[in-house]
Design a binder for this molecule. Structure first.
Ligand code: PMP
Length: 355
């Protein structure tokens, strides 16, 4: 038997959200925080056009996409590093900063990939419990040791949807030693409406040890194509670029992402985000009216602290064709979908409370 790494014996596989179907054939997938909308015609066209070149390798430097992102956000192209989804960029960060013996700090619960990537890299995870549903930044700062190389701050946090305000985040960043990289994971940035929640791109500029992780999977609706990126000062971005598996960002993903940032496609995509935000408000208010406690969410999902009955809750939603993401013993994360999907979910949630 070939001898694989021992860590794989104990590491749970990443659990992706699955669709479910009700007895009468209804199916609403609210378990992966995806965009509920069909791709834009202009994006589909760009992909169809690009399909003619797929006998060739993609541009390994994704030059056009890198330049488009840089121009869109007013950063130098040298500050942008792309990957096949932001989770892959996070993995590249572990390749860049991780080795056995070093530590990474993150809140828990937060994005499930952090512990998996740390384990794979042989890096020690230091999980700092959330304070209720919020990051405990004082405790995270206090957890820094000589071995700390990275701190992940997920803002808004997956799966609680909660976010960190500017003053608190700046005070935290000021405390972190300059040789520790702070990764502001902003996968859900486009859904933020609270003006006090800072855009990481305004925070990284004066801080060489801060970087921002973003994705085309959520607001831009390209989850199936896998493209995400990092914005960081040049030494960090250049080091991260070295760790990419050659040609990881495929040709169609590059073209689709460029097409998504083109006018008027982006305007339309951001209008869709506005609709999701409106639905988020409606869903949260309806849940509160039903009797649930729901922390304010700045993301495209809400968090229900269901506790011991979480798996029962997910099963009750599944009966209505609604797939949610359960975290057994803790709660359920439910993506905001179309009004019809949200109504189906609200109905299931109300029925569960009465059961
Ligand atoms: N960061 C966070 C906080 C996420 O929730 C996700 C997706 N669930 C990702 C990163 C990764 O997204 P992707 O790889 O699709 O860009």
């Amino acid at each position: 038997m070939p001898r694989f790494r021992a860590i794989l014996d104990t590491m749970p596989p990443y659990k992706a959200g699955k669709a479910v179907v009700s007895a009468d054939g209804r199916s609403f997938k609210l378990s992966s925080n995806e965009s509920p909308y069909d791709p834009l015609p202009s994006v589909v066209e760009a992909i169809a056009e690009g399909a003619r070149q797929i006998n060739r390798y993609p541009d390994p430097a994704a030059t056009r996409l890198t330049e488009t992102i840089a121009a869109r956000y007013g950063v130098p192209p040298e500050h942008v590093a792309l990957g096949a989804g932001s989770v892959t960029v996070a993995q590249q960060l572990f390749e860049t900063f991780g080795e056995p013996g070093v530590e990474v700090i993150y809140a828990w619960r937060s994005f499930e990939a952090y512990p998996l990537l740390a384990d794979l890299a042989g890096v020690t995870s230091v999980r700092v419990p959330l304070d209720g549903e919020d990051h405990d930044l004082d405790a995270m700062a206090a957890a820094v040791t000589d071995r700390t190389r990275m701190i992940f701050v997920c803002n808004p946090n997956n799966p609680t949807g909660t976010s960190i305000r500017r003053a608190e985040l700046e005070a935290f960043l000021d405390k972190v030693p300059s040789d520790v990289l702070v990764v502001l994971d902003e996968a859900y940035r486009e859904y933020v409406r609270d003006a006090d929640v800072p855009d990481g791109l305004t925070l990284y500029r004066d801080r060489p040890n801060v970087c921002v992780l973003r994705t085309f999977s959520k607001a831009y609706g390209l989850a199936g194509l896998r493209v995400g990126y990092l914005v960081a000062h040049e030494p960090v971005a250049a080091a991260v670029r070295k760790t990419i598996v050659p040609f990881a960002v495929n040709h169609l993903a590059q073209l689709a992402a460029v097409a998504s940032l083109a006018d008027p496609a982006e305007k339309e995509l951001l209008e869709r985000v506005d609709s999701v935000v409106k639905e988020r408000t409606r869903v949260r208010e309806a849940l509160i009216a039903q009797g649930w406690t729901v922390p304010p969410s700045e993301a495209n999902f809400v968090w229900l602290r269901v506790g011991e009955r979480t798996l029962d809750f997910a099963a009750a939603c599944a009966v209505e064709g609604v797939a949610v993401r359960p975290f057994p013993g803790e709660g359920a994360r439910v993506s905001i979908g179309t009004p019809e999907a949200n109504d189906a979910f609200l109905q299931a949630a109300a029925a569960f409370l009465k059961s």
